[in-house]
Design a protein around this ligand. Structure first.
Ligand SMILES: [Zn+2]
Length: 218
């Protein structure tokens, strides 16, 4: 085989392998490759080692880059979502606690309060506005202490939500009239609540006697 021919073909091979030659050149190269095992092998090696690996590498790099980007975006999205959910929850919880945590005692006013015996049970009624909570202390015998509180939520938000609705008076059911002989109202020392044994006199001094059994059952 003509060595000059081989050199010329060798120069053309990179272009041929890239498909960047004219039809005439392509034909010329293929005619030579059909006859020259050495150049054919060179062409095959070039196709394997240069062309394909480069394409594969680029493709692999592109896809791994894209996947990395996708993962990064997904992570960012998740992080942003988590931060906004947690942030919103904290704000809502904080607002709710600020509105419900403070407990304001409702002072005893006889037009809003009444005590009645109903079905043998001593009950305290409150007809004022808003939702209320009850704190109580009971000596386990015959004296019952209680006071009602409201928080900013029940004082300001609930009346807006329930505007126009006919509201039942708040009813707190104490116990059987046979067991209860005195009901006191007032904000007795905090922390005593149910555990008031032996502190009845102290609590009675801080509170107002609002009901005695003797009045209704002499
Ligand atoms: Zn050749």
């Amino acid at each position: 085989m003509n060595k000059i021919n081989c050199n010329v073909i060798g120069d053309l091979l990179p272009l041929y392998v890239d498909g960047a030659v004219s039809e005439d050149t392509k034909k010329l190269v293929e005619e030579h490759l059909a006859e020259c095992a050495e150049c054919k092998k060179a062409a095959e090696d070039m196709e394997k080692e240069l062309v394909l690996p480069v394409h594969e590498t680029v493709a692999a790099a592109e896809s791994s880059f894209l996947q990395k980007m996708k993962k990064t975006w997904a992570k960012r999205k998740i992080r942003t979502a988590v931060i906004s959910v947690v942030g919103t929850a904290v704000v809502i919880l904080g607002s709710y606690m600020a509105l419900t945590f403070p407990q304001w005692i409702i002072p005893y006013e006889s037009e809003d309060f009444s005590v009645a015996v109903e079905d043998g049970l001593v009950c305290v009624y409150y007809t004022g506005e808003g939702g209320i909570n009850c704190s109580y202390g009971y000596d386990g015998e015959d004296e019952f202490f209680l006071y009602f509180t409201r928080n900013p939520w029940s004082a300001y938000v609930e009346p807006l939500l329930e505007r126009g609705e006919q509201k039942e008076p708040y009813r707190y059911q104490i116990d059987s009239v046979e067991r209860i002989s005195k009901v006191y109202y007032g904000e007795f020392s905090k922390g005593i609540d149910v555990l008031l044994y032996g502190k009845e006199a102290e609590m009675a001094a801080q509170t107002e006697l609002i009901w005695t059994r003797d009045e209704v059952m002499p």
